[in-house]
Design a protein around this ligand. Structure first.
Ligand code: SF4
Ligand code: SF4
Ligand code: SF4
Length: 342
């Protein structure tokens, strides 16, 4: 395994990992924009604003994590896959699987929101605006996303019964949730606009503010990553304590003071490995000692994600069973759809 890692290291030096990540993240981001464009065209057709029919892209359901969590509970209780937003559940399951095996690799390599957050972080670093929060404030702020996660888990996993979940899933509100999300981005309310601008402005100064402190999705993936096999390991004998790894880390993790990165905030981005000037000082380890090529992480993340997509497509768990005409009916009443009560 060590020989294979060395050969891979020669073929692809660690300093190029940052560029590779930008390429992978950028590709997923561009594909997400493509999905958004296709869905906008479908939405316009469904409202009669265009005669040109464009099929609804199922990938848009990746932006419906609440619906996915409902689908997950329903799947666990009944064995039945959500047929309203199956792609959303598939993407959620893929992220959970990646979280279990490859740290928060979904955050570090795939999530388009994470990509935007990383771009703002890079801009903040370039403009020399970034500040490191005192450890106790960062620790307290980390708790916010776990509180949000606990809230959603309490409501959906604990309180909602199966009949309530089934009723929610088939309610017009849930059927039109994708269009509501589209309008959230295309026509945000004044409050949403102000909150978004504040988040972006804060992220210039405090890197990845949303991802590190507020996103419950990332919090869940971080909890799963705690039991994952991969860790970044520092060779304390060769480390020159230059702190470059810490300056490069999007999670502001204290890498240079520990032999191993055990933090559940680690998104497996490998920026620390790319930044380290001492060869083989920071390495990726599987289990307690096996050194593996850093490329293993992004390669497995992408493979798992695409595998989940292909399996879902091949087994009929990707496309929604709701006909376009029915969606069209609900989209036309989008501002008057009541939130299902339970
Ligand atoms: S923390 Fe949330 S928004 Fe950020 S990259 Fe992860 S899933 Fe995406
Ligand atoms: S970048 Fe490498 S050498 Fe510098 S402090 Fe981090 S682990 Fe040590
Ligand atoms: S410890 Fe390394 S791999 Fe983990 S988030 Fe920080 S820079 Fe990325």
């Amino acid at each position: 395994m060590a020989t294979l890692a060395n050969s891979m290291g020669k073929l692809f030096p660690p300093r190029r990992l940052g560029r590779l990540r930008l390429l992978v993240q950028g590709s997923f981001f561009l594909y997400t924009l493509f999905i958004g464009l296709r869905f906008t065209l479908f939405y316009q057709w469904s409202l009669g604003q265009s005669e040109h029919y464009v099929a609804r892209p199922p990938g848009v359901e990746g932006f419906l994590p609440i619906s996915a969590l409902l689908g997950l509970k329903s799947l666990a209780l009944t064995g039945l896959y959500d047929h309203i937003h199956p792609a959303g559940l598939t993407i959620f399951l893929a992220a959970l699987l990646i979280g279990l095996l490859m740290r928060k690799g979904f955050c570090g390599w795939i999530c388009p929101v994470g990509f935007v957050s990383n771009l703002v972080e890079r801009a903040g670093r370039w403009l020399k605006l970034q500040r490191r929060l005192p450890a106790w404030i960062a620790w307290e702020l980390h708790g916010v996303k776990y509180l949000l996660l606990a809230f959603f888990c309490y409501i959906i996993l604990w309180r909602m019964t199966l009949p309530q979940i089934t009723a929610f899933q088939s309610a017009p509100y849930n059927l039109a949730a994708d269009a509501k999300m589209l309008l959230f981005f295309l026509a945000p309310s004044r409050l949403v606009t102000v909150v978004m601008l504040c988040l972006v402005a804060t992220s210039f100064v405090i890197p990845n503010f949303w991802c590190r402190f507020l996103c419950p999705y990332g919090a869940l993936l971080g909890l799963l990553a705690l039991i994952g096999p991969l860790k970044i390991q520092r060779d304390t004998a060769t480390c020159i304590n230059c702190q470059r790894c810490e300056r490069a880390c999007p999670g502001a993790i204290r890498i240079a003071s520990k032999p191993r990165v055990l933090a559940n905030e680690c998104v497996g981005c490998l920026e620390c490995v790319a930044a380290c000037p001492v060869p083989n000082c920071l390495t990726l380890r599987a289990g307690l000692s096996h050194k593996v090529s850093p490329l293993l992480l992004p390669a497995t993340v992408i493979t798992l994600f695409l595998l989940c997509f292909v399996v879902a497509l091949a087994t009929g768990h990707w496309h929604s069973s709701v006909p376009p005409a029915e969606l069209s009916k609900h989209y036309s009443q989008i501002n008057n759809l009541p939130h299902p009560s339970y």
